[in-house]
Every structure is written in structure tokens, then in C-alpha cells.
Write a protein that binds this ligand. Sequence first.
Ligand code: G6P
Length: 366
Amino acid sequence: AAVELGPYRHFMQKEIFEQPRAVADTLDDITGVTSEWFGDGAHAVFTTIDRVLILACGTSYYAGLTAKYWIESIARIPVSVEIASEYRYRDSVPNPSTLVLTISQSGETADTLAALKHAQSLGMGYTLTICNVQSSAMVRASKLNFITRAGVEVGVASTKAFTTQLTALFLLALTLADAKGKIDSEEEIRQFHSLRHLPSAITAVLALEPQIIAWSERFASCENALFLGRGLHYPIALEGALKLKEISYIHAEAYPAGELKHGPLALVTDQMPVVTIAPNDALLEKLKSNIQEVRARGGELYVFADADTHIKPAEGMHVIRMPEHYGLLSPILHTIPLQLLAYHTACSRGTDVDKPRNLAKSVTVE
Ligand code: G6P
């Protein structure tokens, strides 16, 4: 294992740093926006369906939540996202013109596979799996598929599989928009180019590691943490909190920042760090007032701010500046520092990072 790890301490760290390569490989043959990358007959399916149902578990579920924002805003198709173990046992109302989209690193998660088969048994035949393993049960059970090329992921807490899923999902949003005539060709090319820019953008974010290590020492002595994001970045706040829970055993919760006053503000004291994702988007001004609500109560903020947000460090407010502003792809870039924060916090606490207690890489039994 020492050889395979190279200069890294754990597989998780290695896999975090492999992300520029994993995303580049996932996009390797992709020369433009066309249905053919999703399998034979994809174009006919994409022009027929009028809604999307996403089914997944764990980190893959958060990729699905992010995809909802992209597909609804770019392709204008309504999307619902469900935790697979809930959907499979729920009395839902099936609709045959639904694209059933399962997302899974392994393609073997029992609940997600059963949810897919449940949807099929209800008469929904338009199925697509985004998966990291070509030979998996979920890929075999689906009509269409897209294979991410993260490579083998050893760390139980998913990292590179998540960012490659997001890469594939953004490509899917563009493809659905194209199939439905909802995007003009200039905008499509612009968005496709920004997708291709991801590997170098991720590399620049990875260079923030020393600053994040400095923060992690403070986090290591906490028992609770709060993560805030809005819009497209709410699922990323959820993923950041999940990573911290999984590997450092710190209790972490994520909230859409607008919900602060409906509960979590009662928990804010100087004992609880509040991690805030602050991209320079349409919600920035609202987020700044959420930040003030936390500061007014003595909360200590740890803010990841885009290059041009004018959020400055101050008493009780720590800021790490992201190298760029990333537009619609911003959730992918904002994921990276949260992975690093969880990783280094766990290292300071001396946990078994690659094999956290009670968790399995792939949950193939219910
Ligand atoms: C386990 C893993 C997670 C993963 C989830 C879903 O809980 O620890 O990292 O997100 O399963 O796995 P899948 O292979 O379906 O993406």
C-alpha cells in the first residue's frame, strides 16, 4: 500500500488530489454536447421524457440534489430527487414519461438497485445510470448509462467519484437542454468550454491546502459544526457536513442559509464553527446578511469566498479566497476545500480516515 499511496498519507488524500485527472478522464472522449455519450437510443429518450426522477444514496444523493438545480435551470425539465431507500417503499405515483436516473459510484448499492427495479416494475422504462463501474448491476439493469472514470476509489468516504458524477450530470443537463431546444448554441459552447476548464480550475483550488490545514486545527477540538450554503451550494454544504461526520466523527449539520432563523440560530455560540460557502452568485447579498446574523450571536465563521465577493476577514470571521468565480460549475469547485477540511480535521483527531468506524464502502445488503 505504501507504494500505491505515493507521497500521500491516506487513500482519501490521494483521491482528493486525483480529481483533476479523474474529471479530465471522465471528459476524455467527449468532444461536444450530444446524446450519444449516454448510450444507444438516448436521443429518442431525451426528446420524449418530460420529467426526471433521481434515485441515489449517500454522497451520490447529494450529486442528485445538485443536478436538480442544473437540469431545471438549464434544460427546464422538472426534477425530483429521492433517497433510494425511501422511494422503494413509498406508494408513489408513477409516470411513464419520466427519465429515471440512478447515480452510484459502485453500481451495487442494494437500495438504489432495488429502487431502479421498483421504478421499472411501475412501468417506467426510460432508465439511465451514472456509475463508476461499467460491469455493475445497476449499469446492466439500465437502458442508458454514462460511465465516470474516477478510477478505483478506496477511501470509504467518497471524493473523486462525487466530482466526476457532478461532471457527468452537468454534461447531462446540457444534453437535455440541447435535446429540448432550451439552449442556444453559443451558450452551449460557452458552458461546454467551462466544463473542459474544470481540471485546471480544480488544480488551483487544491493549492489552498495549507490554509485549510491551518483551519483544521481549530475544527479538531470541536464537537459540532454547522455548514451553510444557498441554492446550488446547499447540496455542497450537505456533502461538506457528511464528509466531516463520516471521518472525523464531529457532529455536523448543513442548512440552506435562509433557514437559519427557523432553528439552527439557537445553536450558534462561540463553541460552534459555522462553515459558509459564499460563491459570487445572485444570492450573495442575502448570504451576507445571513453571515451577519451568525456574527451578531458570537458565532465564528469560516467562509469560502469567491474571488470577487468582497467578503473580508474580521474578528470572528475567517476567509479563504477561492481563486476564481465559477458560474454554474461552482458547486464542483466548492466541494474540494470541504473535502480537505474534513480530511485534515480527521487527521488531527487521529481517526482511521480511509476506514471510518461502522461504515462500508459499498452497502450491498439492506
Ligand atoms: C456508502 C459509501 C458512500 C456512498 C454511498 C452510496 O455509504 O460510504 O461514500 O456515497 O454508499 O454508494 P454508491 O456506490 O451507490 O454511490
